[in-house]
Design a protein around this ligand. Structure first.
Ligand code: NAD
Ligand code: MG
Length: 397
């Protein structure tokens, strides 16, 4: 039996992971499930899936969960705090760690899984954006296996040659093409974007996801973070990674080779496919996803992204080219700006403005140690919060 820890079990990716695992109960066993504050949700998951451990980051929530489980007669041991996340990521009975916590909050536990040499199913792109070099070095040193779950990167992984030592150059790969749905405002004029509400931004046309990544998809910062993620995962230069808009979200990404071949991975937009692929690799298992019906899809469209309406994409390319802690600063400012937008304290088109100003004010430093990265992450959060507070006319609606 393969023991799996799901960090961020109550979220969109976590729930889909439990669904896939439950289909293959003879093969995978959920050893640990974690959540931030969603007591009822984690309680229901523990009753249904009976993990050995449950972690709640909030201590008061952990106590409540413990009470509920004891009353129900469920033996799951409850841990609390960030240290609880790290502990379950390292357990000897855990073979695979699904890293599906949203944002920088997932960094420590994902790194712990890398240090412990686990198979990491990586959904949490923010950890890699923040600490790409340290993370990849840790994976190499410990012999951990890194399998991308982000649908684009999982598609690229599937289209890449299996032997990639020595970087992209030796493999004949010339370019990585990330597809982007364009989110709910792909065709919206710039004037309209100013008035976008959190509800509109979270209504993604093709994917059902958590609120943070939904807003990132609407601003296209999600694609920007994914460009950075692709550079680290596949040892690619930023110029080797391109973005193409593809509104149907059927082609999940493509890899171009020196001989002119372009390989693509297709499927219905359902995260259970990349999750099942990463869980079972190199084998294939049923993910519960309907087969792709190309005639029903009818057509596949492509267009270039508009940099004027989606400045976040440019900011992400600039950050990865600048290097050092610039991507961590970009990520931290984005997390703060998205939270303010969801809380109606910041307009939609002010998100990239806050990020750009934060990057100007917090000059990036080298990202040689985790301490450097966390210091710039904290500085960026402080500056971004201040910028938001100072903005005229940003009152809570
Ligand atoms: P979500 O908001 O639905 O779930 C987030 C999970 O993280 C929840 O279990 C929550 O309890 C936990 N969490 C939140 N804050 C935390 C904190 N401070 N400490 C510990 N745990 C915390 O998010 P999601 O949509 O499932 O996305 C998770 C990650 O996967 C993100 O990094 C996202 O970019 C990535 N991802 C998601 C999708 C998708 O389709 N949802 C696709 C690709 C990549
Ligand atoms: Mg993606």
């Amino acid at each position: 039996m393969i023991g799996v820890a799901i960090l961020g079990a109550t979220g969109s990716i976590g729930t889909s992971t439990l669904e896939v695992i439950a289909r293959h109960g003879d093969r995978f066993r959920p050893v640990a499930l974690t959540a931030n504050r969603q007591v009822e949700r984690l309680f229901e998951q523990c009753v249904r899936h009976r993990p050995d451990y449950a972690v709640m980051v909030e201590r008061s929530c952990a106590r409540r969960l413990e009470g509920l489980l004891r009353r129900e007669g469920v033996a799951t041991e409850v841990l609390a705090g960030e240290e609880g996340l790290v502990e379950v990521a390292r357990l000897p009975e855990v073979d695979q760690v699904m890293a599906a916590i949203v944002g920088a909050a997932g960094l420590q536990s994902t790194l712990a899984a890398a240090e412990a040499g686990k198979r990491i199913l990586l959904a949490n792109k923010e950890a890699l954006v923040m600490s790409g070099r340290i993370f990849m070095d840790t994976v190499r040193k410990s012999g951990a296996e890194l399998l991308p779950v982000d649908s684009e990167h999982n598609a690229i992984f599937q289209c890449m040659p299996t032997q990639r030592e020595g970087g992209l150059a030796g493999t004949g790969v010339t370019r990585i093409l990330l597809t982007a749905s364009g989110g709910p405002f792909r065709a919206a004029p710039r004037e309209e974007l100013v008035h976008v509400t959190p509800e509109q931004a979270c209504a993604h046309p093709n994917w059902e996801m958590g609120r943070k990544i939904s807003v990132d998809s609407a601003t296209m910062m999600n694609k920007g973070l994914e460009v950075i993620e692709a550079c680290w995962l596949f040892d690619a230069a930023p110029d080797q990674v391109d973005v193409v808009l593809h509104p149907q979200s059927v082609i999940h990404s493509l890899v171009q080779y020196a001989d002119g071949s372009v390989l693509a991975q297709l499927g219905n937009p359902d995260m259970r496919t990349p999750i099942a692929h990463a869980l079972a690799w190199p084998q294939r298992i049923d993910a519960g996803v309907a087969p792709l019906d190309l005639c029903a899809v009818g057509r596949l469209d492509f267009e270039a992204p508009d940099p004027a309406r989606f400045p976040c994409l440019r900011l992400a390319y600039e950050a990865i080219r600048a290097g050092g802690t610039a991507p961590a600063i970009l990520n931290a400012a984005n997390e703060v700006a998205v939270e303010a937008f969801l809380d109606r304290r910041l307009g939609f088109m002010s998100i990239p403005e806050v990020i750009e100003l934060t990057l100007e004010r917090v000059g990036p430093s080298s990202a040689d140690s985790l301490a450097d990265i966390l210091a710039d992450d904290e500085a960026a959060r402080r500056v971004a919060l201040q910028l938001i507070a100072e903005r005229p006319g940003q009152s809570k609606a």
